[in-house]
Write a protein that binds this ligand. Structure first.
Ligand code: DGL
Length: 276
């Protein structure tokens, strides 16, 4: 089986890293759309268009399931993607997927990202949860629904991680400049009393050490990637995409990873080889 994964850049590698721990025997195609990065300040229509083009490409490459390893693309496009690709009781869906996958599949499931507000509600002691995400994620209707979970329980404060994606795309995740950039967006959340910080963009876990250094030991920082990886395994098991014996550590086979990008691929290759 092959798992297709995409993001606007290298951020989705933070999700790939966790998935690979659970599924070392599976094959992956990772697409970094860095020629169109960042997605965070683009229109919803733009991001939806990119998500559909990349999904088509991943199916052509042989993907059996797609991980939208990007909060911004999930918020903008996952409903439309599921509508077009996931329900095989609809004739037009079956026809589209059979065509795009070269007859291999009649539907495709999508695993998306969501800011981990729910687990954060149970973790905060101050009653204030801070969410760092892109502008696109924070203004999306999907995020408003997620935030409703906190109503009457805890206060949720947000900040755009200004400049975070650019740092990670340059591979600059530590040092005085990275610390200044991170501090500008994180400090307002800490000043509001947040003791639990949700990373609502898949690029941000690569800044984890810098974020922890600024936040200090009393603050919990949540990266949702391990939970997303577990969810992917559940869906693949349910859909028969992990035949017995090939799941995770039981497999003797070492999976292959194909790395693709729409722009310069040097940072992608460096970061991926550090993971692989
Ligand atoms: N990594 C992405 C996310 O999770 C996209 C960041 C961006 O391109 O702005 O939101």
């Amino acid at each position: 089986m092959m798992v297709g994964i995409f993001d606007s850049g290298v951020g989705g590698l933070s999700v790939y890293r966790e998935i690979r721990k659970l599924l070392p025997g599976e094959d992956f195609t990772y697409f970094s759309d860095n020629a169109h990065c960042p997605y965070g300040d683009k229109s919803r229509e733009y991001v939806v268009d990119r998500a559909f083009r990349i999904t088509g490409l991943l199916l052509e490459k042989g993907a059996d399931i797609v991980v939208v390893a990007c909060n911004t693309a999930t918020a903008a496009a996952i409903s439309a993607l599921r509508e077009s690709y996931s329900d095989n009781t609809k004739e037009e869906v079956r026809a589209r997927v059979l065509k795009e996958s070269g007859g291999r599949r009649d539907h495709i499931e999508f695993i998306g990202m969501e800011p981990a507000v729910k687990p954060a509600i149970g973790m905060t002691h101050t009653g204030v949860v801070g969410v760092l995400a892109t502008a696109g994620t924070l203004r999306a209707e999907k995020y408003r629904h997620t935030k409703e979970l906190a109503y009457g329980k805890v206060k949720v404060v947000e900040h755009i991680g200004e400049g975070f994606v650019e740092l990670v795309e340059k591979g600059e995740t530590e040092g005085p400049h990275a610390e200044n950039v991170v501090r500008s967006s994180l400090q307002p959340l800490l000043d509001s009393g947040a003791d639990t910080i949700v990373l609502g963009c898949t690029h941000y876990p690569f800044l984890m050490d810098t974020i922890r250094k600024i936040a200090g030991p009393g603050v919990t920082v949540i990266d949702p990637a391990p939970a997303i990886a577990r969810h992917l395994v559940e869906v693949m098991e349910r859909d028969g995409l992990l035949p017995d014996g090939t799941n995770g550590k039981a497999s003797a086979r070492k999976g292959q990873t194909l790395l693709l990008s729409s722009g310069d691929d040097s940072v992608l290759k460096n970061m991926a080889s550090a993971i692989i």
